[in-house]
Design a protein around this ligand. Structure first.
Ligand SMILES: Cc1cc2nc3c(=O)[nH]c(=O)nc-3n(C[C@H](O)[C@H](O)[C@H](O)COP(=O)(O)OP(=O)(O)OC[C@H]3O[C@@H](n4cnc5c(N)ncnc54)[C@H](O)[C@@H]3O)c2cc1C
Length: 392
């Protein structure tokens, strides 16, 4: 085989690129698939810097079904991804997700709940006193109730990424350490990529799986995506509280969220309108002190004594158009597929997105109709909103 000719090139070897490569190779081991990743140390990769949470609490049926599929795959993930004697452990903790709501948003939260219940998501409404009974650290006077999803949980995102990567390579995909400098195309058809060192890789299909760098990459093909790299911070806290209970991921009405690691150790974060746009990874602890801590203490009074023991900054690929994934072939450029704009909820979507893109490329009926997220909606100015959804 000429090693510069492929059927499919995944431009970006994060969880989307590696999951797509896996689903391609699994379905058709004869396929020539290359994952091209500029930084295999994954220092700034969003998957590795994510919280690794998955939830069924969405308001769009398709987003719910995507996460349901991810949970289904998780049940057999270690076996499915085994390579020889090696079995990945993703450490899935099903602690549940609790989305608290204020009076103003109570009705829309309950409407979302009805859809989730109809799709068998095992979610339920909790009145404030019930929340207090189960999670006594919370001040129940500060919210109007909440939706608890018992199937939701958090896992090690790096383990998921490495499992897809290792399995895809074991099945025959090539993993190439290089930066894709340009998408090559002619007469409306994709031809491959040019790497930063000048090498050309030929392929009829190129997937833009470059995460928060995806807008830059699409631009090399003359395509302008409404997606910005936006810095999001996570703070690690050692609190003086010593809860005996296990806490779910808690999302407060403002979008502030809290994840218990164990005992009094928690992680928290929040998206702000003025979060820096660009490739900035500098942790700004002042933001925690000034905004997050006072708000946390309001909801969890026992958190008035804590230490910030760590933290990091990563990038959301924020889709400014409608906040949802952009999936599939770009209209006008045959063979150029997008897996972009996941807006902070992409990790949990990797299983469904990988399979969907692989099936799209192979020309078979997709297992799940995700055409709602087609890039054509951008060209046609037909946004698809989640509604009130708080993005975690
Ligand atoms: C702080 C934080 C918390 C999050 N929490 C959650 C969560 O709890 N649940 C959830 O579902 N999602 C979460 N997310 C979002 C999630 O991380 C992303 O949606 C998802 O990981 C995106 O995967 P990806 O493969 O598209 O991007 P990435 O994982 O970033 O992979 C893209 C890869 O492409 C490579 N690349 C870029 N340009 C090029 C190029 N030109 N050539 C070659 N390689 C290139 C990059 O080096 C990178 O490794 C969070 C994100 C952050 C930042």
């Amino acid at each position: 085989m000429n090693d510069t000719i492929f059927d499919v090139i995944l431009a970006g070897g994060g969880v989307m690129g590696c999951a797509t490569a896996y689903y391609l190779m699994q379905a058709d081991p004869a396929m020539r698939v290359a994952i091209v990743e500029k930084d295999p140390s994954y220092r700034y990769n969003s998957t590795v810097l994510s919280d690794g949470n998955t939830r069924l609490q969405f308001n769009l049926k398709e987003n719910i079904l995507i996460s349901k599929y991810g949970l289904e795959r998780l049940a057999t993930f270690s076996d499915d991804m085994a390579v020889g004697d090696w079995r990945p452990e993703v450490d899935f903790r099903r602690q549940g997700n609790l989305f608290l709501t204020d009076e103003e948003h109570r009705a829309s939260a309950q409407a979302g709940l009805a859809l989730q219940e109809s799709l068998d998501c095992r979610v339920g409404w909790l009145e404030p006193d019930e929340v207090k009974r189960r999670f006594p650290l919370l001040d129940e006077r500060k919210f109007a109730g909440g939706v608890f999803g018992e199937l939701d949980g958090t896992m090690d995102p790096q383990a998921v990424l490495m499992a897809f990567r290792r399995k895809a390579v074991d099945l025959g995909a090539a993993f190439i350490e290089a930066e894709v400098a340009e998408i090559l195309h002619a007469r409306g058809k994709t031809q491959g990529v040019r790497l930063a060192d000048g090498t050309t890789l030929t392929a009829g299909y190129v997937v833009n799986s470059a995460g928060a760098w995806g807008t830059q990459l699409a631009r090399t093909a003359g395509i302008e995506l409404p997606v910005d790299p936006v810095m999001r911070q996570v703070f690690v806290l050692q609190t003086a509280a010593e809860p005996r209970e296990s806490y779910p991921l808690i999302a407060f009405p403002s979008g502030l969220y809290l994840i218990q690691e164990h005992g009094g150790r928690f992680m928290c974060g929040k998206s702000f309108e003025d979060d820096p746009v660009g490739f900035d990874f500098t942790v700004n602890q002042a933001k925690f002190m000034e905004f997050l801590w006072p708000e946390l203490v309001e909801y969890v009074p026992a958190f008035d004594r804590l230490k910030v023991t760590g933290g990091w900054a990563g990038l959301y690929a924020v889709n400014r158009f409608d906040g949802n994934a952009i999936l599939g072939e770009w209209p006008g450029l045959e063979g150029f597929l997008l897996a972009n704009g996941f807006s902070g909820h992409g990790f949990q979507q990797c299983h469904a997105v990988g399979r969907y893109l692989a099936e799209t490329i192979r020309g078979v009926e997709p297992f799940l109709d995700l055409s709602l997220f087609s890039p054509a909606r951008i060209v046609n100015n037909a946004p698809v909103f989640e509604g009130r959804g708080k993005l975690v």
